[in-house]
Ligand binder design. Structure first.
Ligand code: ATP
Ligand code: MG
Length: 576
Protein backbone atom coordinates (compact mmCIF):
# COMPACT_ATOMS: atom_id res chain seq x y z
CA UNK A 1 0.00 0.00 0.00
CA UNK A 2 1.31 3.42 -0.94
CA UNK A 3 0.91 6.06 1.74
CA UNK A 4 -0.13 8.60 -0.90
CA UNK A 5 -2.90 6.29 -2.07
CA UNK A 6 -4.18 5.58 1.41
CA UNK A 7 -5.72 8.01 3.90
CA UNK A 8 -4.22 8.62 7.33
CA UNK A 9 -5.22 12.07 8.58
CA UNK A 10 -2.91 12.34 11.63
CA UNK A 11 -3.33 15.21 14.07
CA UNK A 12 -0.61 17.12 15.93
CA UNK A 13 -2.89 18.31 18.70
CA UNK A 14 -4.67 16.09 21.19
CA UNK A 15 -8.44 16.66 20.96
CA UNK A 16 -9.60 18.32 24.17
CA UNK A 17 -12.49 15.94 24.81
CA UNK A 18 -10.28 12.82 24.72
CA UNK A 19 -9.63 11.85 28.35
CA UNK A 20 -7.89 8.50 28.02
CA UNK A 21 -4.77 7.71 26.03
CA UNK A 22 -6.40 5.24 23.63
CA UNK A 23 -9.03 7.79 22.64
CA UNK A 24 -6.38 10.49 22.17
CA UNK A 25 -4.14 8.25 20.08
CA UNK A 26 -6.95 6.85 17.94
CA UNK A 27 -8.01 10.39 17.12
CA UNK A 28 -4.45 11.58 16.50
CA UNK A 29 -3.60 8.55 14.38
CA UNK A 30 -6.62 9.26 12.18
CA UNK A 31 -8.27 5.96 13.10
CA UNK A 32 -11.65 7.32 14.18
CA UNK A 33 -13.71 10.48 13.85
CA UNK A 34 -16.67 11.46 16.00
CA UNK A 35 -20.00 12.42 14.43
CA UNK A 36 -22.10 12.63 17.64
CA UNK A 37 -21.61 11.67 21.29
CA UNK A 38 -20.53 8.02 21.37
CA UNK A 39 -20.93 7.62 17.60
CA UNK A 40 -17.83 7.29 15.41
CA UNK A 41 -16.69 6.65 11.87
CA UNK A 42 -14.01 4.00 11.58
CA UNK A 43 -11.52 5.71 9.30
CA UNK A 44 -9.50 3.50 6.92
CA UNK A 45 -6.62 2.87 9.33
CA UNK A 46 -8.97 2.20 12.26
CA UNK A 47 -11.08 -0.13 10.17
CA UNK A 48 -8.02 -2.21 9.28
CA UNK A 49 -7.37 -2.84 12.98
CA UNK A 50 -11.03 -3.60 13.66
CA UNK A 51 -10.99 -6.14 10.81
CA UNK A 52 -7.79 -7.71 12.16
CA UNK A 53 -9.36 -8.29 15.53
CA UNK A 54 -12.61 -9.52 13.99
CA UNK A 55 -10.60 -12.08 12.01
CA UNK A 56 -9.03 -13.47 15.18
CA UNK A 57 -12.44 -13.59 16.84
CA UNK A 58 -13.98 -15.36 13.82
CA UNK A 59 -11.21 -17.93 13.65
CA UNK A 60 -11.55 -18.83 17.32
CA UNK A 61 -15.36 -18.84 17.25
CA UNK A 62 -15.35 -21.12 14.22
CA UNK A 63 -12.75 -23.39 15.85
CA UNK A 64 -14.98 -23.64 18.91
CA UNK A 65 -17.82 -24.79 16.68
CA UNK A 66 -19.92 -21.64 16.72
CA UNK A 67 -21.78 -20.83 13.48
CA UNK A 68 -21.85 -17.30 12.08
CA UNK A 69 -25.06 -15.55 11.10
CA UNK A 70 -26.08 -11.90 10.99
CA UNK A 71 -29.18 -10.65 12.75
CA UNK A 72 -30.91 -7.32 12.13
CA UNK A 73 -29.93 -4.21 14.08
CA UNK A 74 -33.60 -3.13 14.21
CA UNK A 75 -35.79 -5.32 16.41
CA UNK A 76 -39.58 -5.35 16.87
CA UNK A 77 -40.95 -4.55 20.34
CA UNK A 78 -43.09 -7.72 20.42
CA UNK A 79 -40.08 -9.92 21.15
CA UNK A 80 -38.94 -7.64 23.95
CA UNK A 81 -42.42 -7.60 25.44
CA UNK A 82 -42.37 -11.41 25.45
CA UNK A 83 -39.08 -11.52 27.31
CA UNK A 84 -40.37 -8.75 29.62
CA UNK A 85 -37.37 -6.58 28.85
CA UNK A 86 -39.36 -3.90 26.99
CA UNK A 87 -40.46 -2.64 30.40
CA UNK A 88 -37.23 -3.47 32.26
CA UNK A 89 -34.56 -2.11 29.97
CA UNK A 90 -34.87 1.62 30.64
CA UNK A 91 -33.40 4.45 28.64
CA UNK A 92 -30.38 2.63 27.22
CA UNK A 93 -32.82 1.04 24.78
CA UNK A 94 -33.35 3.36 21.82
CA UNK A 95 -36.99 2.96 20.81
CA UNK A 96 -38.82 4.34 17.80
CA UNK A 97 -41.89 3.84 15.63
CA UNK A 98 -42.25 3.10 11.95
CA UNK A 99 -44.76 4.82 9.66
CA UNK A 100 -47.46 2.36 10.70
CA UNK A 101 -46.89 3.18 14.36
CA UNK A 102 -45.25 -0.18 15.12
CA UNK A 103 -42.65 0.03 17.87
CA UNK A 104 -39.04 -1.00 17.35
CA UNK A 105 -35.69 -0.66 19.04
CA UNK A 106 -32.07 -0.57 17.96
CA UNK A 107 -30.66 -3.83 19.29
CA UNK A 108 -28.44 -3.37 22.36
CA UNK A 109 -28.03 -7.18 22.43
CA UNK A 110 -29.74 -10.08 20.66
CA UNK A 111 -31.07 -12.68 23.10
CA UNK A 112 -34.65 -12.07 21.96
CA UNK A 113 -33.95 -12.32 18.24
CA UNK A 114 -31.81 -15.45 18.48
CA UNK A 115 -34.27 -17.15 20.83
CA UNK A 116 -37.02 -16.42 18.34
CA UNK A 117 -34.96 -17.99 15.55
CA UNK A 118 -34.16 -21.05 17.61
CA UNK A 119 -37.69 -21.69 18.81
CA UNK A 120 -38.84 -21.68 15.20
CA UNK A 121 -36.01 -23.70 13.70
CA UNK A 122 -34.88 -26.13 16.41
CA UNK A 123 -37.31 -28.92 17.16
CA UNK A 124 -35.35 -31.95 18.25
CA UNK A 125 -32.58 -32.93 20.66
CA UNK A 126 -30.75 -34.13 17.54
CA UNK A 127 -30.21 -30.49 16.51
CA UNK A 128 -28.57 -29.62 19.83
CA UNK A 129 -26.12 -28.38 20.99
CA UNK A 130 -25.86 -25.40 18.69
CA UNK A 131 -24.09 -22.07 19.04
CA UNK A 132 -24.71 -19.05 16.79
CA UNK A 133 -22.60 -15.92 16.66
CA UNK A 134 -22.47 -12.65 14.80
CA UNK A 135 -20.26 -9.60 14.60
CA UNK A 136 -22.61 -6.71 14.43
CA UNK A 137 -23.37 -3.11 15.33
CA UNK A 138 -25.16 -2.54 18.62
CA UNK A 139 -26.76 0.60 19.97
CA UNK A 140 -27.04 1.48 23.65
CA UNK A 141 -28.02 4.97 24.65
CA UNK A 142 -25.33 5.09 27.34
CA UNK A 143 -25.88 7.79 29.94
CA UNK A 144 -22.23 8.88 29.71
CA UNK A 145 -20.63 7.85 26.44
CA UNK A 146 -16.88 8.47 26.77
CA UNK A 147 -13.35 7.28 26.15
CA UNK A 148 -13.91 6.99 22.39
CA UNK A 149 -14.67 3.44 21.28
CA UNK A 150 -14.38 2.19 24.86
CA UNK A 151 -17.86 3.32 25.86
CA UNK A 152 -19.66 4.33 22.72
CA UNK A 153 -23.38 4.39 22.01
CA UNK A 154 -23.01 2.71 18.63
CA UNK A 155 -20.39 -0.03 18.81
CA UNK A 156 -19.44 -3.35 17.27
CA UNK A 157 -19.90 -6.48 19.34
CA UNK A 158 -19.29 -10.14 18.72
CA UNK A 159 -22.16 -11.92 20.40
CA UNK A 160 -22.66 -15.66 20.58
CA UNK A 161 -25.55 -17.69 21.98
CA UNK A 162 -25.41 -21.36 22.92
CA UNK A 163 -28.37 -23.72 23.09
CA UNK A 164 -28.24 -27.03 24.95
CA UNK A 165 -30.49 -29.83 26.13
CA UNK A 166 -29.70 -29.44 29.82
CA UNK A 167 -27.66 -27.61 32.40
CA UNK A 168 -24.62 -29.92 32.25
CA UNK A 169 -24.43 -29.67 28.46
CA UNK A 170 -24.78 -25.90 28.78
CA UNK A 171 -21.77 -25.91 31.14
CA UNK A 172 -19.73 -27.59 28.41
CA UNK A 173 -20.70 -24.89 25.90
CA UNK A 174 -19.84 -22.23 28.47
CA UNK A 175 -16.41 -23.72 29.08
CA UNK A 176 -15.72 -23.95 25.39
CA UNK A 177 -16.52 -20.24 24.96
CA UNK A 178 -14.45 -19.38 28.05
CA UNK A 179 -11.48 -21.17 26.49
CA UNK A 180 -12.03 -19.53 23.11
CA UNK A 181 -12.06 -16.10 24.78
CA UNK A 182 -8.83 -16.93 26.57
CA UNK A 183 -7.20 -17.81 23.24
CA UNK A 184 -8.54 -14.67 21.55
CA UNK A 185 -7.10 -12.29 24.12
CA UNK A 186 -3.86 -14.27 24.34
CA UNK A 187 -3.43 -14.05 20.58
CA UNK A 188 -3.76 -10.26 20.85
CA UNK A 189 -0.95 -10.22 23.40
CA UNK A 190 -3.16 -8.63 26.03
CA UNK A 191 -2.47 -8.80 29.76
CA UNK A 192 -5.90 -9.84 31.05
CA UNK A 193 -7.73 -11.74 33.79
CA UNK A 194 -10.95 -13.74 33.61
CA UNK A 195 -12.85 -12.76 36.75
CA UNK A 196 -16.00 -13.98 38.45
CA UNK A 197 -18.71 -11.44 37.80
CA UNK A 198 -22.07 -10.48 39.20
CA UNK A 199 -24.99 -12.04 37.37
CA UNK A 200 -27.31 -9.21 38.29
CA UNK A 201 -31.02 -9.77 38.34
CA UNK A 202 -30.69 -13.17 36.67
CA UNK A 203 -29.12 -14.61 39.80
CA UNK A 204 -27.91 -18.10 40.48
CA UNK A 205 -26.08 -18.44 37.18
CA UNK A 206 -22.37 -18.18 36.48
CA UNK A 207 -20.61 -15.39 34.70
CA UNK A 208 -17.04 -14.35 33.97
CA UNK A 209 -15.75 -11.06 32.68
CA UNK A 210 -12.53 -10.81 30.71
CA UNK A 211 -10.67 -7.81 32.00
CA UNK A 212 -7.70 -6.14 30.33
CA UNK A 213 -5.51 -4.70 33.07
CA UNK A 214 -5.16 -0.92 32.68
CA UNK A 215 -5.06 1.98 35.11
CA UNK A 216 -7.74 3.74 33.07
CA UNK A 217 -10.14 0.78 33.50
CA UNK A 218 -13.62 1.54 34.82
CA UNK A 219 -13.80 -1.68 36.85
CA UNK A 220 -11.95 -2.70 39.98
CA UNK A 221 -11.03 -6.36 40.15
CA UNK A 222 -9.26 -8.52 42.72
CA UNK A 223 -7.03 -11.51 42.31
CA UNK A 224 -5.41 -13.77 44.87
CA UNK A 225 -1.62 -13.65 45.07
CA UNK A 226 -1.52 -17.36 45.81
CA UNK A 227 -4.36 -19.18 44.00
CA UNK A 228 -6.35 -18.58 40.80
CA UNK A 229 -9.23 -16.74 42.44
CA UNK A 230 -10.11 -13.52 40.63
CA UNK A 231 -13.33 -11.54 40.73
CA UNK A 232 -14.89 -8.21 39.96
CA UNK A 233 -14.89 -6.18 43.19
CA UNK A 234 -18.67 -5.92 42.77
CA UNK A 235 -18.79 -9.66 43.31
CA UNK A 236 -15.60 -10.45 45.27
CA UNK A 237 -16.33 -12.38 48.45
CA UNK A 238 -15.33 -11.11 51.86
CA UNK A 239 -14.29 -13.60 54.50
CA UNK A 240 -15.25 -13.92 58.12
CA UNK A 241 -12.43 -12.54 60.24
CA UNK A 242 -11.32 -12.37 63.81
CA UNK A 243 -10.73 -8.95 65.26
CA UNK A 244 -8.48 -8.90 68.33
CA UNK A 245 -10.39 -6.83 70.87
CA UNK A 246 -9.90 -5.99 74.50
CA UNK A 247 -12.86 -7.64 76.24
CA UNK A 248 -16.48 -6.55 76.44
CA UNK A 249 -16.92 -3.14 78.04
CA UNK A 250 -20.36 -1.93 79.06
CA UNK A 251 -22.33 0.25 76.67
CA UNK A 252 -21.73 3.96 77.30
CA UNK A 253 -23.12 7.10 75.71
CA UNK A 254 -20.64 9.86 75.00
CA UNK A 255 -20.71 13.45 73.80
CA UNK A 256 -19.03 13.88 70.40
CA UNK A 257 -19.49 17.56 69.50
CA UNK A 258 -19.72 18.07 65.72
CA UNK A 259 -18.07 14.72 64.97
CA UNK A 260 -20.04 13.17 62.15
CA UNK A 261 -17.75 11.16 59.92
CA UNK A 262 -16.02 7.94 60.95
CA UNK A 263 -12.66 9.68 60.61
CA UNK A 264 -13.71 12.59 62.84
CA UNK A 265 -15.12 10.30 65.53
CA UNK A 266 -12.09 7.98 65.50
CA UNK A 267 -9.74 10.97 65.71
CA UNK A 268 -11.71 12.51 68.53
CA UNK A 269 -11.67 9.29 70.56
CA UNK A 270 -8.09 8.41 69.64
CA UNK A 271 -9.08 5.02 68.21
CA UNK A 272 -8.71 3.30 64.84
CA UNK A 273 -11.48 3.53 62.25
CA UNK A 274 -11.66 -0.25 62.45
CA UNK A 275 -12.89 0.14 66.05
CA UNK A 276 -16.03 1.87 64.81
CA UNK A 277 -19.12 0.69 62.95
CA UNK A 278 -20.46 2.44 59.89
CA UNK A 279 -24.26 2.40 59.79
CA UNK A 280 -26.25 2.97 56.61
CA UNK A 281 -29.97 3.13 55.95
CA UNK A 282 -31.10 1.81 52.58
CA UNK A 283 -34.36 1.29 50.76
CA UNK A 284 -35.56 -0.56 47.68
CA UNK A 285 -37.52 2.51 46.57
CA UNK A 286 -40.79 0.67 47.19
CA UNK A 287 -41.17 1.11 50.93
CA UNK A 288 -38.78 -1.55 52.20
CA UNK A 289 -35.85 -0.49 54.37
CA UNK A 290 -32.83 -2.10 56.02
CA UNK A 291 -30.05 -0.88 58.23
CA UNK A 292 -26.66 -2.15 57.07
CA UNK A 293 -23.56 -2.23 59.26
CA UNK A 294 -19.97 -2.54 58.10
CA UNK A 295 -16.77 -1.89 60.00
CA UNK A 296 -15.76 1.78 60.01
CA UNK A 297 -12.76 1.21 57.76
CA UNK A 298 -14.84 -0.80 55.25
CA UNK A 299 -17.28 0.26 52.56
CA UNK A 300 -20.70 -1.22 51.94
CA UNK A 301 -21.06 -3.20 48.70
CA UNK A 302 -24.57 -2.16 47.69
CA UNK A 303 -24.76 -4.77 44.96
CA UNK A 304 -24.00 -7.66 47.32
CA UNK A 305 -26.55 -6.33 49.81
CA UNK A 306 -29.15 -5.91 47.08
CA UNK A 307 -28.57 -9.47 45.85
CA UNK A 308 -28.66 -10.79 49.40
CA UNK A 309 -32.02 -9.15 50.02
CA UNK A 310 -33.36 -10.13 46.60
CA UNK A 311 -34.25 -6.52 45.85
CA UNK A 312 -34.58 -5.11 42.32
CA UNK A 313 -33.17 -1.75 43.31
CA UNK A 314 -31.23 -0.29 46.21
CA UNK A 315 -30.72 3.32 47.23
CA UNK A 316 -29.44 5.31 50.18
CA UNK A 317 -32.23 6.65 52.38
CA UNK A 318 -32.85 10.39 52.31
CA UNK A 319 -32.24 12.68 55.30
CA UNK A 320 -36.02 12.73 55.93
CA UNK A 321 -36.16 8.94 55.97
CA UNK A 322 -33.23 8.80 58.42
CA UNK A 323 -35.03 11.27 60.66
CA UNK A 324 -38.19 9.18 60.50
CA UNK A 325 -36.49 5.95 61.55
CA UNK A 326 -34.01 7.32 64.07
CA UNK A 327 -35.27 10.72 65.17
CA UNK A 328 -31.85 12.17 64.37
CA UNK A 329 -30.24 13.99 61.46
CA UNK A 330 -27.65 12.04 59.42
CA UNK A 331 -24.17 11.68 60.91
CA UNK A 332 -25.17 9.93 64.12
CA UNK A 333 -26.86 6.87 62.72
CA UNK A 334 -26.63 3.66 64.74
CA UNK A 335 -28.49 0.41 65.39
CA UNK A 336 -29.42 1.11 69.01
CA UNK A 337 -32.74 2.69 70.01
CA UNK A 338 -34.52 2.97 66.68
CA UNK A 339 -37.92 4.64 66.47
CA UNK A 340 -39.33 2.07 64.08
CA UNK A 341 -38.48 -1.58 63.71
CA UNK A 342 -35.91 -2.19 61.01
CA UNK A 343 -34.12 -5.34 59.87
CA UNK A 344 -30.42 -4.92 60.73
CA UNK A 345 -27.92 -6.63 58.40
CA UNK A 346 -24.36 -6.81 59.65
CA UNK A 347 -21.26 -7.70 57.67
CA UNK A 348 -19.27 -10.83 58.57
CA UNK A 349 -16.53 -8.62 59.96
CA UNK A 350 -18.90 -6.78 62.30
CA UNK A 351 -20.04 -10.09 63.72
CA UNK A 352 -16.57 -10.82 65.07
CA UNK A 353 -16.18 -7.35 66.62
CA UNK A 354 -16.92 -6.26 70.14
CA UNK A 355 -16.49 -3.05 72.08
CA UNK A 356 -17.19 -0.85 69.06
CA UNK A 357 -18.29 2.74 68.54
CA UNK A 358 -21.53 3.62 66.73
CA UNK A 359 -23.80 6.62 66.37
CA UNK A 360 -26.49 7.02 69.05
CA UNK A 361 -29.27 8.42 66.83
CA UNK A 362 -29.01 11.79 68.48
CA UNK A 363 -27.08 14.90 67.48
CA UNK A 364 -23.48 14.87 68.82
CA UNK A 365 -23.93 11.54 70.58
CA UNK A 366 -22.19 8.19 70.06
CA UNK A 367 -22.08 4.87 71.89
CA UNK A 368 -18.91 3.12 72.95
CA UNK A 369 -18.61 -0.50 74.09
CA UNK A 370 -21.11 -1.70 71.47
CA UNK A 371 -21.45 -5.47 70.95
CA UNK A 372 -23.61 -6.76 68.08
CA UNK A 373 -26.29 -9.09 69.41
CA UNK A 374 -25.92 -7.90 73.00
CA UNK A 375 -26.80 -4.25 72.46
CA UNK A 376 -29.00 -4.51 69.39
CA UNK A 377 -30.78 -7.24 67.48
CA UNK A 378 -29.15 -8.64 64.39
CA UNK A 379 -31.51 -9.86 61.67
CA UNK A 380 -28.94 -11.12 59.17
CA UNK A 381 -25.22 -11.71 59.06
CA UNK A 382 -23.98 -11.51 55.50
CA UNK A 383 -21.06 -10.73 53.26
CA UNK A 384 -21.88 -7.12 52.35
CA UNK A 385 -18.59 -5.23 52.32
CA UNK A 386 -16.33 -4.21 49.47
CA UNK A 387 -13.19 -6.30 49.81
CA UNK A 388 -9.90 -4.46 50.01
CA UNK A 389 -6.24 -4.84 49.11
CA UNK A 390 -4.61 -7.39 51.40
CA UNK A 391 -7.87 -9.04 52.52
CA UNK A 392 -7.77 -12.79 53.00
CA UNK A 393 -8.59 -14.85 49.89
CA UNK A 394 -12.03 -16.50 50.12
CA UNK A 395 -10.75 -19.63 48.33
CA UNK A 396 -7.33 -20.53 49.70
CA UNK A 397 -5.63 -20.60 53.07
CA UNK A 398 -2.71 -18.24 52.70
CA UNK A 399 -3.57 -15.95 49.81
CA UNK A 400 -4.09 -12.22 50.01
CA UNK A 401 -6.17 -10.19 47.58
CA UNK A 402 -4.58 -7.73 45.19
CA UNK A 403 -6.58 -4.99 43.52
CA UNK A 404 -6.30 -4.01 39.87
CA UNK A 405 -8.14 -1.81 37.47
CA UNK A 406 -9.54 -3.46 34.39
CA UNK A 407 -11.37 -2.82 31.14
CA UNK A 408 -14.14 -5.33 30.53
CA UNK A 409 -13.57 -6.58 26.98
CA UNK A 410 -15.59 -9.77 27.13
CA UNK A 411 -18.38 -11.35 29.12
CA UNK A 412 -19.52 -14.98 29.23
CA UNK A 413 -22.79 -15.82 30.88
CA UNK A 414 -24.84 -18.89 31.76
CA UNK A 415 -28.42 -17.83 31.16
CA UNK A 416 -30.16 -21.06 32.13
CA UNK A 417 -33.77 -20.92 30.95
CA UNK A 418 -34.48 -17.24 31.48
CA UNK A 419 -35.22 -16.48 27.82
CA UNK A 420 -36.21 -19.94 26.67
CA UNK A 421 -38.84 -20.03 29.41
CA UNK A 422 -40.43 -16.66 28.76
CA UNK A 423 -40.21 -17.10 24.99
CA UNK A 424 -41.01 -20.83 24.97
CA UNK A 425 -37.95 -22.19 23.20
CA UNK A 426 -38.28 -25.93 23.61
CA UNK A 427 -37.18 -29.17 21.95
CA UNK A 428 -38.43 -32.75 21.91
CA UNK A 429 -36.22 -35.20 23.81
CA UNK A 430 -35.53 -38.86 22.88
CA UNK A 431 -38.89 -39.90 24.32
CA UNK A 432 -40.78 -37.21 22.50
CA UNK A 433 -41.28 -35.05 25.59
CA UNK A 434 -41.10 -31.30 25.31
CA UNK A 435 -38.15 -29.80 27.23
CA UNK A 436 -36.88 -26.26 27.83
CA UNK A 437 -33.62 -25.31 26.11
CA UNK A 438 -30.67 -24.13 28.23
CA UNK A 439 -28.88 -21.01 26.99
CA UNK A 440 -25.61 -19.16 27.35
CA UNK A 441 -24.58 -15.79 25.92
CA UNK A 442 -21.11 -14.50 25.19
CA UNK A 443 -20.04 -10.98 24.18
CA UNK A 444 -16.83 -9.31 23.10
CA UNK A 445 -16.56 -5.57 22.50
CA UNK A 446 -14.62 -5.28 19.25
CA UNK A 447 -13.81 -1.56 19.40
CA UNK A 448 -13.32 -1.68 23.14
CA UNK A 449 -10.72 -4.43 22.82
CA UNK A 450 -8.82 -2.45 20.19
CA UNK A 451 -8.87 0.58 22.51
CA UNK A 452 -7.79 -1.58 25.46
CA UNK A 453 -4.85 -2.86 23.44
CA UNK A 454 -3.69 0.74 22.96
CA UNK A 455 -4.07 1.42 26.69
CA UNK A 456 -1.54 -1.39 27.24
CA UNK A 457 0.71 -0.73 24.26
CA UNK A 458 1.84 2.84 23.75
CA UNK A 459 4.60 5.29 24.61
CA UNK A 460 4.97 9.07 24.50
CA UNK A 461 5.29 8.93 20.71
CA UNK A 462 2.18 6.95 19.96
CA UNK A 463 0.67 3.52 19.57
CA UNK A 464 2.76 0.32 19.62
CA UNK A 465 0.65 -2.34 17.90
CA UNK A 466 1.27 -5.97 18.66
CA UNK A 467 1.76 -7.59 15.24
CA UNK A 468 -1.56 -9.53 15.24
CA UNK A 469 -3.59 -6.29 15.52
CA UNK A 470 -1.39 -3.91 13.55
CA UNK A 471 -3.06 -2.16 10.60
CA UNK A 472 0.14 -2.85 8.63
CA UNK A 473 2.95 -5.14 9.69
CA UNK A 474 5.78 -3.09 8.30
CA UNK A 475 6.35 0.44 7.10
CA UNK A 476 8.88 1.12 4.41
CA UNK A 477 9.97 4.71 4.82
CA UNK A 478 11.62 6.18 1.75
CA UNK A 479 13.65 9.27 2.69
CA UNK A 480 13.92 11.96 0.02
CA UNK A 481 11.81 9.72 -2.15
CA UNK A 482 10.90 12.45 -4.63
CA UNK A 483 14.52 13.54 -5.19
CA UNK A 484 16.49 10.31 -5.07
CA UNK A 485 15.44 7.82 -7.72
CA UNK A 486 17.62 5.04 -6.25
CA UNK A 487 15.90 5.36 -2.89
CA UNK A 488 12.43 5.21 -4.37
CA UNK A 489 13.29 2.22 -6.53
CA UNK A 490 14.85 0.30 -3.65
CA UNK A 491 11.91 1.12 -1.38
CA UNK A 492 9.44 -0.03 -4.00
CA UNK A 493 11.34 -3.29 -4.53
CA UNK A 494 11.33 -3.99 -0.77
CA UNK A 495 7.66 -3.10 -0.48
CA UNK A 496 6.67 -5.29 -3.42
CA UNK A 497 8.66 -8.26 -2.18
CA UNK A 498 7.08 -7.95 1.25
CA UNK A 499 3.59 -7.80 -0.21
CA UNK A 500 4.32 -10.78 -2.45
CA UNK A 501 5.25 -12.72 0.69
CA UNK A 502 1.94 -11.83 2.34
CA UNK A 503 3.29 -9.04 4.54
CA UNK A 504 1.10 -5.97 4.84
CA UNK A 505 3.50 -3.18 4.02
CA UNK A 506 2.93 0.57 3.94
CA UNK A 507 5.34 2.43 1.67
CA UNK A 508 5.74 6.05 2.72
CA UNK A 509 6.27 7.73 -0.64
CA UNK A 510 5.19 11.18 0.55
CA UNK A 511 7.14 14.32 -0.21
CA UNK A 512 7.70 15.06 3.47
CA UNK A 513 10.72 15.69 5.67
CA UNK A 514 12.15 12.59 7.40
CA UNK A 515 11.14 13.97 10.83
CA UNK A 516 7.51 14.27 9.77
CA UNK A 517 7.52 10.73 8.42
CA UNK A 518 9.13 9.20 11.51
CA UNK A 519 6.68 11.02 13.78
CA UNK A 520 3.69 9.72 11.83
CA UNK A 521 4.93 6.13 11.78
CA UNK A 522 5.62 6.26 15.51
CA UNK A 523 2.15 7.67 16.10
CA UNK A 524 0.27 5.09 14.03
CA UNK A 525 2.37 2.40 15.67
CA UNK A 526 3.42 0.07 12.83
CA UNK A 527 5.52 -2.59 14.64
CA UNK A 528 8.29 -3.07 12.04
CA UNK A 529 10.05 -0.42 9.99
CA UNK A 530 12.52 -0.41 7.14
CA UNK A 531 14.08 2.99 6.44
CA UNK A 532 15.60 3.52 3.01
CA UNK A 533 17.96 6.53 2.78
CA UNK A 534 20.33 7.89 0.11
CA UNK A 535 23.56 7.29 2.04
CA UNK A 536 22.86 3.75 3.19
CA UNK A 537 21.33 2.46 -0.02
CA UNK A 538 24.56 3.21 -1.92
CA UNK A 539 26.18 0.63 0.37
CA UNK A 540 23.20 -1.70 -0.08
CA UNK A 541 22.06 -1.09 3.48
CA UNK A 542 18.75 -0.15 5.10
CA UNK A 543 17.78 0.59 8.66
CA UNK A 544 15.57 -2.02 10.29
CA UNK A 545 13.74 -0.76 13.38
CA UNK A 546 11.40 -2.27 15.96
CA UNK A 547 8.71 0.11 17.15
CA UNK A 548 8.29 -1.38 20.61
CA UNK A 549 11.87 -0.99 21.85
CA UNK A 550 13.42 1.31 19.29
CA UNK A 551 16.14 -1.22 18.45
CA UNK A 552 17.80 -0.40 15.12
CA UNK A 553 20.03 -2.51 12.85
CA UNK A 554 21.83 -1.57 9.66
CA UNK A 555 21.38 -4.57 7.37
CA UNK A 556 20.94 -5.38 3.67
CA UNK A 557 17.48 -4.99 2.14
CA UNK A 558 17.32 -8.76 1.68
CA UNK A 559 18.12 -9.40 5.34
CA UNK A 560 15.50 -6.85 6.35
CA UNK A 561 12.88 -8.50 4.18
CA UNK A 562 13.65 -11.93 5.63
CA UNK A 563 13.56 -10.57 9.16
CA UNK A 564 10.13 -9.02 8.57
CA UNK A 565 8.70 -12.12 6.93
CA UNK A 566 9.92 -14.37 9.71
CA UNK A 567 8.53 -12.10 12.44
CA UNK A 568 5.14 -11.84 10.75
CA UNK A 569 5.04 -15.63 10.36
CA UNK A 570 5.78 -16.32 14.03
CA UNK A 571 3.33 -13.65 15.12
CA UNK A 572 0.37 -15.23 13.38
CA UNK A 573 0.41 -17.55 16.40
CA UNK A 574 1.95 -15.20 18.96
CA UNK A 575 2.44 -11.50 19.58
CA UNK A 576 5.52 -9.55 18.60
P1 ATP B 1 -20.41 -2.37 30.77
O1 ATP B 1 -20.56 -2.87 32.18
O2 ATP B 1 -19.02 -1.92 30.44
O3 ATP B 1 -21.46 -1.41 30.38
P2 ATP B 1 -21.95 -4.55 29.86
O4 ATP B 1 -21.95 -5.46 31.00
O5 ATP B 1 -23.10 -3.67 29.62
O6 ATP B 1 -20.61 -3.66 29.87
P3 ATP B 1 -22.32 -6.68 27.95
O7 ATP B 1 -23.78 -6.42 27.84
O8 ATP B 1 -21.85 -7.88 28.66
O9 ATP B 1 -21.59 -5.38 28.55
O10 ATP B 1 -21.68 -6.59 26.50
C1 ATP B 1 -20.64 -7.43 26.03
C2 ATP B 1 -19.39 -6.64 25.68
O11 ATP B 1 -19.68 -5.54 24.85
C3 ATP B 1 -18.72 -6.02 26.89
O12 ATP B 1 -17.89 -6.95 27.53
C4 ATP B 1 -17.93 -4.89 26.26
O13 ATP B 1 -16.70 -5.37 25.77
C5 ATP B 1 -18.79 -4.48 25.09
N1 ATP B 1 -19.54 -3.24 25.39
C6 ATP B 1 -20.60 -3.10 26.20
N2 ATP B 1 -21.03 -1.83 26.22
C7 ATP B 1 -20.21 -1.14 25.38
C8 ATP B 1 -20.15 0.22 24.96
N3 ATP B 1 -21.01 1.12 25.41
N4 ATP B 1 -19.17 0.58 24.09
C9 ATP B 1 -18.29 -0.33 23.63
N5 ATP B 1 -18.30 -1.62 23.99
C10 ATP B 1 -19.26 -2.04 24.85
MG1 MG C 1 -23.44 -1.64 29.96
Amino acid sequence: MLYTQFFIPTLKETPSDAEVISHQLMMRAGMIRKIAAGIYTYMPLGLRVIRKFEKIVREEMNLAGAIELLMPAVQPSELWIESRRWAQYGKELLRFKDRKDNEFCMGPTHEEVITDIVRREIKSYRQLPINFYQIQTKFRDEIRPRFGLMRGREFIMKDAYSFDTDSAASDTSYNSMYNAYTRIFERCGLDFRAVEADTGSIGGSTSHEFMVLASSGEDAIVSCNSCRYAANVEKAEGTKGQQERAGHLPLARIHTPNKKTIAEVADFLGINQSDTIKTLLLSNGEGQYVMALVRGDHELNELKLKNHLGWDDIQMASDEEILRFTGSPPGFLGPIGLKENLPVVIDYMVESCSNMVTGANETDQHYTGVDAGRDFQVSMIADIRIVGEGDACPRCQNGRLEIWRGIEVGHVFKLGTKYSNSMKATYLDKDGNEQIIFMGCYGIGIGRTVAASIEQNHDENGIIWPLPLAPFHCSVVALNAQKDQAVMEAAERIHNQLEAAGVEALLDDRDERPGVKFKDHDLIGIPLRIVVGSKNIVENKVEFKLRYNGETHLITPQQAIEEVISRVKTASGGTR
